[in-house]
Design a protein around this ligand. Structure first.
Ligand code: GAL
Length: 914
């Protein structure tokens, strides 16, 4: 029986900044399909219809807050005891399954759901919510509180689990008759299944995959068509916040029957010097017509400017080639050219990320049937086991961070500007590399990393066959790992920023010797069959050099093991994985493999919270009363405390410097993210970030900046100096500086000039006795003054000051301005411990989409225009209205305080052509 309880739908319509609304040429069109969707989420999964992808095992252990390095367990077999729809969905994978024998045949006859009301064109969905994509149904909350909440802290306390539908009617013009029409979904969380005019066309279960469906055979040309998409997020299915729904872009594209295949080009640059580069282009052409065709393939190369727009005339062309493509077949041609004086792609800041565009035309006789564009970069990568990574001959040390997919208060709904802002702040810290943890990103993120010159480790899975959460993606791994991998590799392989493929993070197969190694080998082979130019990785937090799985991958990617897990004295009492520093052992066992530290630190802190006493050593596990306050669920920002398996930044940097053959590493994590709030699972978001969820810098930001940008004169003091209640008490003062020495003054009196020792990353005065007034620090480099900073005891909060990251934005309905609110005293000093209530009012040509303050424990909806400041700061996120250029007025008030007003202008934009 199909149940039809149309429940209160949870809505959010968070979107993305400017990208082309459409892309048209003779052969193909590609139009953004983000507008005009109707949405309905069932009140509970029990009340949902039974059009399920597959039955699921019972959840036997939904424990929240398991240590992230806990051993994954055996997967429970799925009992198929009722009709499931996966036989109609699996054929979607066929183009990504190499062996024809493994491909799936579509079942004969009418597909299930044909009579289901939501799949009918005349179904009345007027009671459904209107949404614009990208859409994350869960981000508006409400947050679920308490120990027994249906969604705990691990998944961010937000209602991401559940079943929901999206509907849209599509007019397909008669002129398109004879063309192929595709629905392209950049990401749907999760188990998406798509019906077109009542027929189940297909779908894709992995929520992070990008995929497309050929709608051609199911469409009514010259009429209205009904598209309905069922999305189904299981509970207990993720270790972090996954988001829910159509949370990335959706496109409609048309092509002729003869066309470049989906992601059907691959550009490589096997030989690169300053004088010339060999550019190899593979093009796969598919022929969906009923006759064999002879096709001429012509490709021209163009330079792109820094925005990714074509600059000038073609700089080179590949020799024209002819190829015969059988009816229903695919042919591949490979061509090579030498490009003189190539402009190389290289990471900032020492190199420039130049890019090119290959414009490939397919001609049937004289007639152009397709034009397909591929952006790429020319660069030479060398992974040297003794000296590290070389890009275009220059050694580039990986100063990286791990990043999850969510965008804080905007949730999982991808937004280009929000992602760009994350990268901009990371760049300011000196970060040059991103590990995508632990799933394929929105492809626009890679467009940003290409454009901005970041190096990327592109990662696909957090689990294989063994599960980390009860209803994890291990359930689909046997059938979908090959298509997931091939789709991911083909989609991302032309991005110059991608330097490595990671096939898995801390997978349970580390514990299963030969069996686990065999899975790794199968995935490794898939990578090599799609792209033999980049090395592979799988991140090991448990596997040792003598375990077979570590022999499989091209690099050694270590999570936490390099600097040692639970091995320092402060960690001695803890249970769990315990290892000494393992860089040397791996280096000896695999002298030919580059080692990188794919995850390190897992340090925790709450911005602006300082707890006493402060630990003496350089790294300690956070515990109640030792860096953690169980009553407030906040963690000290002295930046010395870590997850039980982690190490502070100081310990990690020291360890990396002592092992110079390690190519660098990736901090866990760059930004805070939703979910996984170790150590306080009553909270909603992590404490791991160097930058908090709202985008405010924690003290750690300056520790990394001091080390990663040695040429930038800077010095930073912690803590703040508003400690009236600590008058006469010891209040340690720590300083991060890119200089080599510093002198601290309290109310003009020197507390001593100290040098930073070898393998030290902070200068500390641990016996300072608090007295109100001013702390000043002067940093020195080689004996010369280098930088100064001060913190001062402030008065009470009396007014607000607001500032926008950008005051000119595009009137495209996606672009954002991030508004920072600071609480000030009567002297204009920032009050770093104020939590006054804030109220945002936004009018004019835009709207307030979300607010935040970076407090991991806040369970105020991100949608709320009211929230308290957290340690002196608050954030409002404002979005332009589409096609309504004008002024957005933003006013922030707080009772009894002087308010502040700011104007952001929105400007008409021309849809760009790339
Ligand atoms: C690692 C894991 C990450 C994250 C981190 C912090 O073990 O790979 O995904 O969970 O710990 O808890």
């Amino acid at each position: 029986m199909l149940r039809l309880s149309v429940a209160l739908a949870l809505a959010a319509s968070f979107c993305l900044a400017a990208w082309p609304a459409s892309d048209r040429n003779e052969g193909r069109t590609r139009v953004l399909l983000n507008e005009g969707w109707k949405f309905m989420k069932y009140e509970s999964a029990e009340l949902a219809d039974d059009l399920i992808y597959d039955v699921r095992p019972e959840v036997l252990d939904g424990e929240d807050g398991k240590a992230a390095d806990a051993k994954p367990t055996e997967a429970v077999a799925v009992k198929v005891d009722r009709t499931v729809l996966n036989p109609w969905v699996l054929p979607t994978a066929n183009a990504f399954i190499a062996d024809p024998a493994d491909r799936h045949a579509r079942p004969e006859g009418q597909s299930p759901g044909a009579e289901f009301p939501f799949n009918q064109l005349d179904f009345d969905d007027s009671g459904w919510e209107e949404v614009r994509l990208p859409h994350d149904w869960a981000i508006e909350g409400p947050f679920m509180e308490g120990k027994d909440a249906a969604v705990g802290g691990g998944m961010g306390r937000l209602p991401s689990p559940g079943v929901a539908w999206y509907r849209k009617s599509l007019d397909i013009p008669t002129e398109d008759e004879g063309k192929s029409v595709f629905l392209e979904i950049d990401g749907a969380m999760s188990y998406a299944m798509v019906w077109c005019n009542g027929t189940l066309v297909g779908g894709w279960p992995y929520g992070y995959a990008s995929w497309r469906l050929d709608l051609t055979d199911y469409l009514e040309f010259g009429g209205a068509n009904q598209i309905s998409i069922r999305v189904d997020n299981p509970p207990y299915s993720s270790r972090w916040y996954p988001g829910g729904g159509l949370y990335r872009n959706v496109w409609l594209s048309t092509t002729q029957a003869v066309r470049v295949r989906q992601w059907g080009t691959f550009v490589t640059t096997p030989k690169v010097t300053k004088e010339s580069a060999q550019v190899v282009l593979d093009v796969e052409i598919e022929n969906a017509s009923e006759s064999s065709e002879k096709i001429t393939v012509a490709t021209e190369l163009y330079e792109l400017d820094e925005n990714g727009d074509v600059q000038g005339e073609a700089v080179a062309s590949f020799e024209k080639r002819e190829v015969e493509v059988e009816a229903g077949g695919v042919s591949k041609i490979s061509s090579t050219l030498e490009l003189e004086n190539p402009k190389l792609w290289g990471p900032a800041p020492s190199q420039t990320p130049h890019r090119y565009l290959a414009r490939t035309s397919l001609l049937l006789g004289e007639k152009s049937v397709d034009v397909y564009e591929t952006k790429f970069g020319i660069r030479d990568l060398r992974f040297d086991a003794r000296e590290g990574l070389f890009v275009n001959g220059e050694r580039i040390y990986l100063q990286g961070v791990n990043q999850h997919h969510d965008l804080g208060a905007l949730g999982a709904a991808f937004n280009l500007r929000a992602a760009e802002r994350q990268l901009e702040m990371l760049r300011e810290m000196g970060c040059n590399a991103i590990r995508i943890a632990h799933n394929p990103p929105a492809s626009e993120l890679l467009e940003l990393t290409d454009r901005m010159g970041f190096l990327v480790v592109d990662e696909i899975f957090d689990c294989w066959e063994r599960k980390k959460t009860p209803l994890d993606f291990h359930l689909i791994f046997p059938e979908w790992s090959e298509p997931d991998m091939r789709a991911f590799l083909r989609r991302d392989r032309n991005h110059p920023s991608v330097i490595m493929w990671s096939i898995g993070n801390e997978v349970g197969e580390q514990y299963t010797d030969e069996a686990g190694a065999a899975v790794a080998q199968r995935l490794q082979n898939i990578v090599k069959s799609e792209d033999s130019t980049r090395p592979t990785a799988a991140s090991f937090n448990y596997a040792k050099p003598d375990m077979p799985i570590t022999a499989v991958t091209d690099t050694i990617s270590l999570n936490y093991q390099g600097e040692g897990i639970r091995n320092a004295p402060a960690y001695a009492h803890l249970k769990g994985i315990n290892t000494p520093p393992l860089y040397p052992k791996f280096h000896d066992a695999y002298p030919e493999k580059l080692i990188i530290s794919s995850e390190n630190a897992a340090a925790v802190s709450s911005r602006g919270e300082y707890l006493f006493p402060v630990v003496d050593g350089i790294s300690a596990p956070v515990a109640d009363g030792a860096g953690g306050d169980p009553s407030s669920a906040q963690v000290s920002s002295y930046e010395l405390y870590t997850a039980p398996f982690g190490s502070s930044a100081d310990k990690v940097l020291g360890s990396l410097e002592r092992h110079p053959y390690v190519g660098g590493g990736f901090v866990w994590s760059g930004w805070d993210y939703l979910g996984e709030p170790t150590p306080y699972y009553s909270a909603r978001s992590s404490y791991f970030g160097v930058i908090d969820l709202a985008g405010f810098k924690k003290d750690r930001f300056y520790l990394y900046q001091a080390h990663w940008r040695p040429d930038l004169p800077m010095v930073h003091i912690l803590p703040h100096w508003n400690w009236k209640e600590r008058e006469g008490e010891v209040t340690p003062v720590h300083v991060f500086t890119s200089g080599d020495e510093a002198e601290l003054f309290l109310n003009g009196k020197s507390l001593g000039r100290k040098k930073k020792g070898d393998f030290e990353y902070r200068i500390r005065w641990d016996d300072v006795v608090f007295e109100a007034g001013k702390l000043e620090v002067i940093a020195y480099e080689n004996g010369k003054e280098w930088a100064r900073s001060e913190v001062e005891t402030t008065g009470e909060a009396t007014r607000l000051s607001i500032e926008a990251d950008r005051t000119e934005i595009s009137a495209d309905g996606y672009d954002l301005s991030f508004i920072t609110v600071r609480v000030l005293d009567s002297e204009g000093l920032w009050v770093p411990d104020s939590d006054v209530p804030l109220s945002f009012e936004v009018s004019g040509a835009g709207e307030l989409v979300a607010t935040d303050n970076g407090d991991s424990t806040s369970l105020v909806s991100f949608k709320s225009p009211q929230r308290n400041a957290f340690n002196g700061l608050g954030l409002g996120i404002v979005r332009s209205f589409s096609e309504q250029p004008g002024e957005i007025e933003i006013r922030v008030t707080s009772p009894g305080l002087q308010s502040d007003i700011l104007t952001v202008n929105t400007e008409a934009i021309e849809a760009s052509s790339n």
